[in-house]
Structures are given as C-alpha cells and as structure tokens.
Write a protein that binds this ligand. Sequence first.
Ligand code: GDL
Length: 462
Amino acid sequence: MTDSSEPQFLSGVIEGFYGPPWTPAERHQLWDWMVRSGLNTYFYGPKDDLHQRAIWRQSYDESGLMEVREAVAGCRQRGLRLIYACSPGLDVTYSDPADMAAIQGRLIQLLDDGVNDFCILLDDIPDAMRPVDLARWGSLAAAQAAWVNEVYAWSRARTQGRFLICPTPYCARMVAARHGGEGYLEILGQGLHPDIDVFWTGPEIISETLDLDPIARLTEILRRPPLIWDNLFANDYDGRRFFCGPYAGRPLELKQAVRGILLNPNTEFSLNFVPIHSFGTYLAADRAWDSRASFLEGLKAWWPRFATVGAPLSFDDLVTFADCFYLPYQEGPEADALALAIACCLSSPRPPVDPESLAVRARMLRLKDFCARLVDLKDRGLFHAFHRRVWELREELDLIDRWWSHQIDPARAGTPFESDFHRPKTYRGGFVVRVQSFLKPRPDGSMEWTSMNLNPGPASAI
Ligand code: GDL
C-alpha cells in the first residue's frame, strides 16, 4: 500500500489538534469509521504529544513505541496508510548537524517499527531565524527546503513512502501577512523536491470555502498541487463549540485539483462521526452531491449511539440539536430558524401568546429537554464529549424560558428580571469572560475597544 509508485489521492483524518491526543481505543474506532467511509490515510501529529514538538529530539520510550506499533498494525490490517509527523520547528537549528542527526534518529525509530510515511510539520512556529541559518540560507523558506530535502533524501534510501511538509505560512491570510518572510511560498516551491507534498488550509486557518482559482494559482507557485489540511471541523480553538455538521463549502472539482484532503477534526473523538461520514460521501460523489442530505444520512447512521437508559430520544430532536453545533461559519437550518423565531417572539416587551409563539417556545423547550436527557446516554464516552457544551446550551435556554415567563406575566410587568439559578459571577463568570468584554469583534473582522468597566463588582457569595 505505501509503496505505490502512482501518487495516491490522500483522503483521511489528521490527529493534529491541540489538546489530549486520542486513546488507542478511539483510534481503532476511527480506523473502522474511515474504512467504512472509503478513506485511505490516518495522519498522526497531535500537537500535545510532547514528542511531536516540545521534546521532538527524544525517542519514544517503550510505552510510546507500543502505541506506534499498535497504530502501524491497526492501519496495516485495514489497508490504511499511516503518516507520522514530527514538528521540530520551535527550536531547530537548520544548519546544526546535531539537529539533522536528531530528526534522523527519530525517524529511524519509527522506520524500525514499520512506519514508512512521514511529515515534517513547520506550522505554528515563530518565523524568526537563528543568525547562523540566516547567514547560510538567507530566508526561512530556503533553510526549510534544504533541510527537508536532506531528510527526504535520507528517508528515500530507506522507504518509498510519502513525504510531506506543512509550511510555516499555510493559509492565504498568513502569506498576505508575510509570515515566514517575503516570497516564502515561491522559494519553497522552487527549492523543495517535487515529490514532497505540501499542506495548505486554504484562505484561512479555518476555511469556510476552498475555491478552485486560488488553488490553481497556489499550484503554480508551489510547482505542485497542494495537499489540503482541512480544519473545517477542528474545535481546539474554542472550548464552547464542536462541529458535527456536514462537509461543506468545497466543490467536487477540488478533488482533481489537489493531492489529497485530510480532515483535522474535533478534539473529542466521538463527535466526529457525522463529519467523517459526510466527508466520505463527498469523496465518493462524482457529479452531484448534497451536503445536507449527507448530514442527515450521517445522523441516521449515528442515531443508534443515542440509545438511553430511559425513555428513547427522538431523532427529530437530534436533528435540531446537531444543527446547533453544525459548522464554524453557520448553524444548521433548524437551529438557525429556531434562534430567529425566538428572537422574533421576544423582540417586543410583551411577547405574543398566539399559537405560533407558543409553538416556538415549545420547540425551544424540547431542545432544552433533549440536552438534559443526554445524561441518559448508554454511550458514556459520547455523553462525556457532549457534556460541557450541552450544559451551557441547556442553561441558556432555561434562562430565556424564565425571561419569557417574566415578560408575559402581567403581574410582573415593569419589574426587574432575575433568575435564582443564574447569579452574577457563578453564571457566565470568570477572568476569561471579563477580558473577553474588553475587545468587541466587528462583523468585518476588525476589533473595537469597549469602554472599560473598572469596577470588578461584588465578590460572589458562596
Ligand atoms: C492550526 C494548527 C492545527 C490546529 C488548527 C485549529 C494547522 C496546520 N495547524 O493552525 O494544529 O488544530 O489550527 O486550531 O492547521
């Protein structure tokens, strides 16, 4: 599998997020899902495996090696390609022979255990250069190209597997900000061996869309089609969210324009079921493909995991719930419509009590109830993955419901609204919330400093 001379279109999953790496059991489950969805590549590069970045020079100890062997065997059994990453960029000296020996030492250990495909990750590092490297190469891109070429040539003598890099600027926004230095991509494209695949996340780190024209221009600059590192479903950057919506915003033709697409999804493993399913249907489609239909199909396939110890949940409620945690740039249509309907009902000081408004409130309460009922899931791993975010949604819906009661009650007209369960400082409290209030993002992406509240308020009474 890893020795094919025709470059295979890589399709698969990157374990490449910040946060706790997946467990061996979760990886086995992942590989099964991948096989079912027709994906071919598993990429190992969790940012917080210390051997990835912080101590990249140090070999694995026996327990680390056991995990490597398990990954090699698990992927081999299922016919999946396993790509192992190492991220030396935080403190490597490109001109230091000791660092070249260190990376080779790391790869030898992995080669000995059956890994054939490698990636050098140079993302998320400062673009400052050591004076010795600058004097020798003149630019970060030239230093990295020379260094990676040497590692690649060394590995070629030992394996025919794929060899990848993630450049320091890996999306158009970073390039526009000159991260990595002037002409970074041009220098890299020219200097890097043509067989080495180059990752790209699109216009942004988290790209809403991936369009063909910019990919064609990038292909010219890099002198090869890029390999997509797709962060559409990544959630490590926002602890309040997760994404279980469909693969979206990528034309089918993208598949012909790139060397592969690998998803770096939610940190909580079990929340990735629908994204992987939907991605599989996108990969399999050749003419028409309906993103929403693939989502609903994925949810149906996920549904058995929602068995509870109590009364059964309703599939329709799952659709509304999953729509609340859909994609980074959009909610699903049902969540969108519900939020709008709630806002409409509550926009006047005396919300209407007509049947339509009552139905909106009932829908909101169904969603709140669904969140509360997830505690009964038999699949405890799934419940644990949901728990924090679902708690928060339930609390917010509960508060709105209390507000609703207050507003329609003539006896309380004009009185201040309070909730006994949402007290200052314990509810939506803490340092993060406080500093979050200082800078307000505008829809165009610029930020506005808000008039600062210097009064910290009374300490919370416990
Ligand atoms: C990144 C990191 C990735 C992280 C993601 C989302 C790349 C190439 N690197 O910048 O590890 O999970 O953003 O936060 O995407």
